[in-house]
Design a protein around this ligand. Structure first.
Ligand code: PEP
Ligand code: MN
Length: 227
């Protein structure tokens, strides 16, 4: 709720939280599942923010769609074709994250699996790709944004949190995301990142998030856009 209120104050339009979490290790926190969805719905009721959350499996599409305004497909599921088809059959919009080592063409074909079943409301999310570099968690491919804008009409948002994995690097890459034409920015925040059950090292504190929002507004104005 503290995150939801901070997000709202800073001018966010969506609250993103993982109720079902795809973790690399099966021993890491897996999310609160259905209870987490209820918390997200309570945060929406309190703030008016729309809710985006990940759907992990075909079996849970109906349950997650009941609570979410926007359904996230995570990087690890970008080519889960059964899931993409199931999302094409329902009518909530989909946030499709780029696969860990997906080319733009593979990513757009994944989007096509959703569209081919009649759901055209798809947002793409650049969240970094796997390269030989280890200083950052992933390599945020910002060139993908203007290139995708020549290949598709779908909006493209940038996730500098997973894209870098480093709190100190989220702000400059979020600025760069706006500057290169992203249609939205997704960042992870936490009132006490050192206590986060997931992705603490890349989560901004709430005051950091508020100043990020102010900076992004200025970057948008500088390139003739509104934030
Ligand atoms: C997430 O969005 O919290 C997440 C797990 O990200 P990704 O699917 O991009 O790894
Ligand atoms: Mn995360």
């Amino acid at each position: 709720m503290a995150c939801a209120e901070a997000a709202k104050r800073a001018g966010a339009t969506f609250l993103r939280g993982g109720a079902f979490k795809p973790r690399t290790s099966p021993y890491d926190f897996q999310g609160l599942k259905a209870d987490g969805l209820k918390l997200l719905a309570a945060a929406r009721a309190a703030t008016g923010l729309k809710v985006v959350t990940e759907v992990l499996s075909t079996e849970t599409v109906d349950l997650v769609a009941e609570y979410a305004d926007l359904l996230q497909v995570g990087a690890r599921n970008m080519q889960n074709f059964a899931l993409l088809e199931a999302l094409g059959e329902q009518r909530k919009p989909v946030l499709l994250k780029r696969g860990l080592s997906a080319t733009l063409k593979e990513w757009l074909m994944a989007a096509e699996y959703i569209a081919a079943r009649g759901n055209y409301n798809i947002i793409l999310c650049e969240r970094g790709i796997r390269t030989y570099e280890t200083a950052t968690r992933n390599t945020l491919d910002l060139a993908a944004v203007p290139v995708l804008h020549t290949m598709t009409h779908l909006p493209v948002v940038v996730d500098p949190s997973h894209g870098t994995g480093r709190r100190d690097t989220v702000l400059p890459m979020a600025r760069a995301g706006v500057a290169c034409g992203a249609d939205g920015i997704i960042v992870e925040i936490h009132p006490q990142p050192e206590k986060a059950l997931s992705d603490g090292p890349q989560s901004l504190t709430l005051p950091m998030f508020e100043s990020l929002a102010e900076e992004l507004k200025r970057v948008a104005v500088a390139i003739g856009r509104k934030f």
